[in-house]
Every structure is written in structure tokens, then in C-alpha cells.
Design a protein around this ligand. Sequence first.
Ligand code: CP
Length: 308
Amino acid sequence: MPLSIKHLLGLEGVPREDITLILDTADNFHEVLQREIKQVPTLRGKTVVNLFFENSTRTRMSFELAEKRLSAQPLNFSTSTSSVAKGESLRDTMRNIEAMKIDMVVVRHNAAGAPSFLTRCTDAAIINAGDGLHEHPTQALLDMMTIRRKFGRLEGLKVAIVGDILHSRVARSNAWGMKTMGMDVTLCGAPTLLPQHPEVLGVRVTDNMDAALSGANVVMLLRLQLERQGAGLFPSIREYRDRYGLDLDKLNKLPSDIIVMHPGPINRGIELASNVADSGRSVILDQVTNGVAVRMAVLFLLGGGEIE
Ligand code: CP
């Protein structure tokens, strides 16, 4: 059964069947990644452009690795070494790259909607690797894969997503995706770091961390995005850490089977204490491992592959 979508622009509106197919396929690729030979020939002859207009470590490297594991040819683009630095537009950049006969495009851009715009400039499949404050769908997919592998299910699990919700495309993609998968999601942050109209996401929102954590199976901390902040959104880093950070004292009051997640990069000592990030309850590096399998699944399925 193929995906119902041609591009992966976000998880808003993506049906449960598509998310389940991506997660099932990612589980298959996770098994491939445990083998001595970690490469399969499924996308041989396909070329995938990694169009990164914003910095990235995890997303960029795991997409490139996923492409290589599928035997596709990655073509890497970065703003500082391209003609974008001379003023070339996004449309012209895309149309010139397309003229070189490419098959898929992975794009990260600081403008919300840039991946959607690119669908009107090329026939290639577009995968959103993070667009402004809008969505980061493959991050949410790898987060759900990590939770499903830990608990064996998603339906009915309670997730608290705590931190800088206002600036987080990860929170938005997870809210859409997790809600679709029947999870109980609470977004929590300082009142100035919550979206103005959270009701559109259809999930619970609170500024009280204890309330958010009550009964949670999963707590996901989000990075305080200091580079996107205006002044005065909270009184001080210390107060923010005390109210919305997770340290060992708070963790020890939670059920022993709760798991701790973070999409990275972590501000250690702000939203997450180092001894929590590195504890046995943390699945942060599992998230990174699963990111390669999820991105292989998305590339494979959008590239026309089907599992039997
Ligand atoms: N989680 C995430 O998107 O990390 P990078 O910015 O390093 O890709």
C-alpha cells in the first residue's frame, strides 16, 4: 500500500494510515541497520538534494546517511557556499537544481512554508526538514517511533511537551501527529512561550509543569530557542530553569517507567540537567538512532517503494 501523500510538508492532515506505514517501514529499516552490511539497493540510481538554508547536525547528517544506506546519491547544498550568497532566489535555485535531473529534495529553511513553495517549482518529491516555526515532521515521526518501540503502542499514552512551545516546530509536528495517533498531549511552557491560539492544535495547554507531568508516560523537553527570542519573555534563565527545567529532584518524583526525550541540541543546565539527559530514563540517543530509520522510510516510501 503506497502513501496517500506525494510530499512530506508537515504532519497536519496526514492520516493515521500513512503515519503507521512510515513507522512500520522504519522498524524494518531499524532491523537492516543492525546488520553488518547496513546498505540496501532500494533507491539505487535516485538522486536526493539536501537543501539546507539553516544549520543542522542531526537532521542533515541522518538524511545523508539514510540516502547512502538506501544506495541513493546525495547532493549537498549549503547557503554559504552556493550562489544564494550572491542573491539567487529560492525559486531559481530550485529550478536550476531540478534541471540537473534530481528525484527528491530535502529542505530546511528559516521561512515557514518554504517546502510548500518548492512543490510549485519542481516535480520532485519535497521533504520538509524543518521550516521556520511551522513544522519538523521527520522529528515528530522519529519521536513517535522511539515511543512506540519503548511502549509497544502509541494509542492512549500521555505525553508532556515542556519548554519553548512558541518557537518550536517540533512541538507543532508532534501535536498534530500524536493527536492523530490517539495520544494524549499536553503542551507546557511559560505563558509568554505558549502560542496565542493553542486551540487550533487541538491539544491541552498549561503553564503548570506539575499539572503537565501528572500521569505522563513521556516527558519531552524542548530547547529554549535563545536565538529566536525577543527580550523579556521570562525574568531570568535561573527562574526559567527552576519552573520549566527537568532536574534529578523532579525526575525522582515521577513514575520509574517515564521516559525523557529531547530533540536536541540540548541547553544543558537550562531545560534539562546533565545528569537527567545522561540518565537511564533518557532515550535521547535512541531518538537520534531512530532518525536514520525514519528518514530511510520516508525517502523509500516517497521514492515509490512499497512494503509487501
Ligand atoms: N533535532 C534537530 O532538528 O536537530 P538539528 O537542528 O541538529 O538537525
